[in-house]
Design a protein around this ligand. Sequence first.
Ligand code: TPP
Ligand code: MG
Length: 363
Amino acid sequence: MPRKRIQQFNVEWIQILDEEGQSDTAHLPALSPKEIQSLYEGMILSRVFDEKALALQREGRLGTYAPVRGQEATQVGSAFALDPADWVFPAFREMGVGIVRAIPMRMLFQYWSGDERGSDVPIHRHYFPTSIPVGTHLPHAVGAAWAARHRKDPVVVAVYFGDGATSKGDFHEAMNMAGVFRLPVVFICQNNQWAISVPLRRQTATPTLAQKAIAYGFEGIQVDGNDVFAVYKTAKEAADRARSGGGPTFIECLTYRMGDHTTADDASRYRTEEMVKPWIAKDPIERLRKYMEKQNLWTSSYGDQVKAEAERRVAESVREFEEQLPQDPSDMFRYTYYELTPPLKEQMDELLNFLKDRDSKKE
Ligand SMILES: Cc1ncc(C[n+]2csc(CCOP(=O)(O)OP(=O)(O)O)c2C)c(N)n1
Ligand SMILES: [Mg+2]
């Protein structure tokens, strides 16, 4: 039977900064020295926050926490490419994104201590509540872009999710609708190669996640997710394209989850140190630092100063978070429904009576 090729597709991979901090100068993004330092400072702040959150969890001062380590370039670089008016739909591991969007770190700590006040992000930050259910926020993000289109609001919607989320129906529905209506969405997939203990090869039969966009009629690109310049530049181009009516883009940021899935996980049960080791050399912060040093944008005293300032800010946020304790236990019932359902009201009253009783016995 005669056959002819009717379609052909490419999937591109982008890297600008290699592991030694050498850059492909022809493709460097248009960033001022000050902006490059802001990227560095954002990544350091994200890491210092992360380390503090892990320490607090170990001390019983925070609930279960999902560490970001290794994904700082993906998060900070992409968030940096957005305008403040753009809307962000995070999954649950996006503390680096939240930090760039100036979400008070006190609220990030509150969120991870189960305190509902941590989800009450100031509306002008245009930052949706954390989505713990994997992938359910993708259709919400596309819906928001659809609403923006109707309102003639020239914003871009950026939605963050992991490799695991690409197996959800929500992902495919969202991608399809965004493609059909050419909606202003940037899909930012952090392919950290694990969904808890499920490795990427069990998540998909395709060699890249980026190529999934082809089926929905728009561009999918894979970037070195540990290269903050590649991530920034790709996200900026995607956001500009979306803003000017060019439709959605899917960005697969190839990175690695350096820590456990959460503090409730023990990754040594399903992956070896040898698997993690090559990624230590690919550290996104160290890579940018090396580049900056070559450009005289980094000295050890500047590095010390940035770290000290990040530690000061994180310590201050911990203080604010702990000063607002205890949280109101009845809050856990309040924010799923606009009005409490009778069974929830009953459960809330039971809890409040129990606490009142317990406290009166203490006195
Ligand atoms: C709908 C749904 N199913 C299962 C879970 C349990 N769960 C939490 S995180 C996770 C894996 C997510 O992997 P990925 O999307 O790659 O994000 P990552 O954790 O790597 O950032 C799973 C299965 C959940 N939260 N929601
Ligand atoms: Mg993952």
